[in-house]
Design a binder for this molecule. Structure first.
Ligand code: 13P
Length: 236
């Protein structure tokens, strides 16, 4: 059916109280498996490639494979860049046909995160590409950096609203207690915090660290405003 920009899927998802699955892909088999599963369920899907997967497969190879399968798919498919670290990486991926990008400079001071994300939004929107930004720091391995407990910090509702308004992003990744990779202790997902963020921020919210997050928390998070759920570790 088609390759689409992420906003085409996520805006109706947030309004309709459902989420779209976003799965990391790194070779032809993983791309085929994710697209086939989505077709089997007649559901749209997001194929994600992060810096690690792009370096492993080669950016040109993985994007050509993903685009080929996406264009032949019987369901809408997004090709999304996950956790990009620089403007240059974002532009290379847009040039290779990605329909959505995430810039994750959430480790930088707030003002620098805003400035860098804003720059990406301006360039990406000029190309019809959607942008996901991140505020707060999610635990586990993130963008090649190991975020140990002392560096994790939660997204705050007021700053989330300010960040969305200042940057013009299309989707916001929130830090509410999920972690990238497997959990080392019992998950403690702050759904009350998510509810407060969702009350302030109308754009689709993104739940990173889907692997190992209890189904009941994922369902509740979706009902509160999460429109994209990221899964990587469980697929590898
Ligand atoms: P998991 O590896 O925990 O599934 O997280 C995936 C993710 O959030 C990718 O951005």
């Amino acid at each position: 059916m088609s390759l689409v920009a992420m906003s085409q899927l996520l805006i109706p998802a947030r309004q309709g109280g459902y989420a779209v699955g976003a799965f990391e892909v790194w070779n032809l088999e993983s791309v085929q498996a994710v697209v086939a599963a989505a077709e089997g369920l007649s559901q749209p899907v997001i194929l994600q490639v992060g810096p690690y997967e792009a370096d492993y497969a080669g950016l040109e190879d993985i994007s050509l494979m993903a685009l080929y399968c996406a264009r032949r798919a019987k369901v809408p498919v997004v090709l999304h860049l996950d956790h990009a670290d620089t403007f240059e990486r974002v532009m290379r991926c847009i040039n290779h046909g990605f329909t959505s990008v995430m810039l994750d400079v959430s480790h930088l001071p707030y003002a620098e995160n805003v400035a860098a994300t804003k720059e990406v939004v301006r360039a990406a929107h000029a190309c019809g590409v959607s942008v996901e930004g991140e505020l707060g720091r999610i635990g586990g391995g993130e963008a090649g950096i190991d975020v140990t407990n002392e560096y994790v910090h939660r997204t705050t509702p007021d700053q989330a609203l300010e960040f969305v308004n200042e940057t013009g992003i299309d989707a916001l990744a929130v830090a509410i207690g999920t972690v990238h990779g497997f959990y080392e202790s019992k998950p403690n997902i702050r759904l009350g915090l998510l509810e407060k963020i969702a009350a302030k921020v109308a754009i689709p919210l993104v739940l990173h660290g889907g692997s190992g997050t209890p189904d009941s928390d994922v369902s509740r998070a979706i009902s509160l405003g999460v429109a994209k759920v990221n899964i990587c570790t469980e697929l590898v």
